[in-house]
Ligand binder design. Sequence first.
Ligand code: ATR
Length: 268
Amino acid sequence: MVIGEPVTHSLSPLLHNAGYQAAGIDDDFIYVGGNVKPDRIADFVAGTRAMGIRGVSCTVPHKEVIMPYLDTIDPVAEKIGAVNTIVQKNGKLHGYNTDWLGTIAPLNALTTLEDKRVVVIGAGGAARAMIYGLIREGALVTVCNRTIEKAEVLAHEFGCHAAPLSAIDAIKGADIICNATTVGMREDKSPIDSQLLTPLQIVFDAVYAPYETRLLKDAQIAGAQIIHGTEMLLHQAIAQFKLFTGHEAPEEAMRSALLDHVGTGSMQ
Ligand code: ATR
């Protein structure tokens, strides 16, 4: 199941159930959403143990607060500082993070990351998972954030560079630009000036609603390659699917369920 507050708009039930069906395991697995208030997390964890719920996806605002209630935390989730996946085995709750794979898998499908200059825009939770994954793959990361102090904290923690959002040269000179801010979500705005985009770049937006964000539209006009936010959502779910079920995820069936649902032109 997925927990969040709010959780109504979560696409995780759609993604996982489409996967169970395509993999022929929908008799054994069903995935639902649950709205859990932050002050009820302890109750939720007790209920998960009592009911023997096999797996839980955590979204905002639970990814950090749930960590002390779990029996083990995977070292990667520890480093990122957030758990988006919980698996129950023999009555023990194990916490993982698959968000970083949501960044790395779609990028690795287009390019190698070793020694690539990557600008991550944003310094919140989404940025942390992205930065972890990119550095792990050998990329040269610069974190650009509106509030430079937050970028500096992340740069210090992960061993990369920090710059303000006005750092034109860093952004223009990047091989890859990743948006980890909320700018563009259900609004026609981009976190950066379209003049900074070039045909040589790959531009990846973590925002998936709308499907074509202003940043991705600008990137296409500039001739850059683009990666939609839906790919990040898909790949973090694919990694969860394996942890929850032990089966390989049916990637194409899950992608097509997701794209059918979000539509490709609407402002969701
Ligand atoms: P998440 O957990 O989804 O990453 P978050 O922790 O609230 O969400 O972080 C949101 C990010 O979007 C931050 O980097 C924020 O910049 P600040 O640190 O300066 O607040 C960034 N962000 C939000 N609105 C923005 C805007 N209008 N312009 C630029 N950056 C913005």
